[in-house]
Write a protein that binds this ligand. Structure first.
Ligand code: ADP
Ligand code: ASP
Ligand code: MG
Length: 409
């Protein structure tokens, strides 16, 4: 008998039939004697629908009200799933994030979980109930509803698994595991039996939306056994592991991540003096805008240029801030470009292998793809390229690094 936290994403609960299938699956685990805490997302498309409603009212709706709105999607699903379980004779109780008391900070629409109160959940588990928790939401210390950022139900599940000391946190989704790259872009992408936390963290941070980055961070920090599986078919899925296994050591590149949600900003003609990067990026950080790839050019004539990427949703705000900073610094121009994407090779094997970067650049060159920015870490190489080249780049790199075959080069 195990304690399982199972998260079902939007597509997995996208219709009454799908909710029925999830209830059947959950009831099956229960019948085998497992304790089950279920975390659900809003039905597929619902969160986007709610975002669009708000955008029809204002292009900058108050973030507090945005959270009140967005949290409703998950509330619908917990009720429907609990009703279905009850009808099947499987005792179940639904909880919103606030009812559980998932305490977060107060940064609306991208709140972080600070504490989870498990008392009510443990009492229910003792009574043999399945617990159904609304993903993606919590409450701040003043009782305001908060949400955890898109894809945040994954993080709810991991946080609950950590707090309850669950045997496994299972993320059920519409693919049967973590693949070498998004299987919707590269048809012959290969499912990985396992991937290390470190690699998964890079994959998520570079854009693989199969797991929210904070969920991976949380799972790594609290050593939560984490698995990605399909809610549509049986299978072992992909285990996120702490250690590298033998086959991983042989693979230099484990996967390719990409992100279409980026935009690039450049401020030109800034003085090449100490403190300038801070004067530019300080206000951007204070506005809670995450900056990703940063490149500063070699100075010419005492001036230089700084280019960085942000989430596309933050581009307009970042551009406005940068325009003000440019005036102060007497910098002649600010450029914004939303037609870019980030593509990253990820693999712990890169630590002990040279030549990955040159093979990557050669492959892109052979396909006439211009690289606009490059950044590396110990286990990843990221390039920024034009959006129109994305699929070609990912497919070419996937083949070049032999990912569809044995996964080894
Ligand atoms: P859910 O609604 O269940 O949370 P998501 O849409 O957030 O599902 O995540 C699953 C999707 O992630 C898949 O349908 C797939 O297109 C995408 N994806 C991106 N990169 C990968 C990858 N490396 N492996 C598997 N899926 C990936
Ligand atoms: N419903 C939210 C979203 O669409 C959270 C989630 O699905 O994880 O982003
Ligand atoms: Mg998701």
């Amino acid at each position: 008998m195990s304690l399982l936290v199972q998260k079902y994403g939007g597509t997995s609960v996208g219709s009454i039939e799908r909710i029925e299938a999830v209830a059947e699956k959950v009831a099956g685990f229960r019948a085998r004697g497992d304790d089950v805490v279920v975390v659900v997302s809003a039905m597929s498309g619902e969160t986007n629908r709610l975002v669009n409603l708000a955008n029809n009212i204002s292009n900058a709706p108050p973030s507090r009200e945005m959270d009140v709105l967005l949290s409703t999607g998950e509330q619908v699903t917990i009720a429907l799933l609990s009703m279905t379980l009850e009808r099947k004779g499987c005792p179940a109780r639904s909880y919103t994030g606030a009812q559980v008391r998932i305490l977060t900070d107060n940064s609306h629409t991208k709140a972080r979980i600070e504490e989870v109160d498990v008392h009510r959940l443990q009492a229910d588990l003792k009574l043999g109930r399945v617990i159904v928790v609304a993903g993606f939401q919590g409450t701040d210390c003043d009782g305001n509803i908060t949400t955890l950022g898109r894809g945040g139900s994954d993080t709810t599940a991991v946080a609950l698994a950590a707090a309850l000391n669950a045997d496994e946190c299972q993320i059920y989704t519409d693919v049967d595991g973590v693949y070498t790259t998004d299987p919707r872009v590269v048809e012959n992408a290969r499912r990985l039996d396992s991937i290390t936390f470190e690699e998964m963290l890079e994959m998520a941070s570079q854009g693989s939306k199969v797991l929210q980055i904070r969920a991976v961070e949380f799972a790594g920090k609290y050593q939560v056994p984490l698995r990605v599986l399909s809610s549509f078919e049986e299978g072992p899925g992909t285990l996120i592991t702490l250690d590298e296994d033998e086959s991983m050591e042989k693979a230099v590149v484990s996967g390719i991540a990409f992100n279409r949600d980026e935009a690039k900003l450049t401020i030109q003609g800034i003085p090449d003096t100490p403190g300038v990067a801070h004067r530019i990026l300080g206000p951007i950080g204070e506005a809670n805008i995450e900056v990703d790839v940063i490149v500063q050019n070699v100075a010419e004539d005492g001036t230089t240029a700084l280019t960085f990427t942000v989430h596309r949703n933050d581009m307009a705000q970042a551009q406005a801030l940068l325009t003000d900073i440019a005036k102060e610094l007497k910098a002649p121009s600010v450029l914004a470009d939303a037609d870019i994407v980030k593509v990253a090779l990820v693999g712990v094997g890169m630590r002990s292998h040279a030549g990955v970067a040159s093979q990557m650049f050669k492959t892109l060159a052979e396909n006439d793809i211009n690289i606009k920015m490059i950044t590396t870490s110990e286990i990843k190489i990221t390039v920024v390229i034009e959006e129109k080249h994305l699929e070609l780049a990912v497919r070419a790199l996937h083949t070049s690094f032999g990912l569809e075959g044995s996964g080894q080069i």
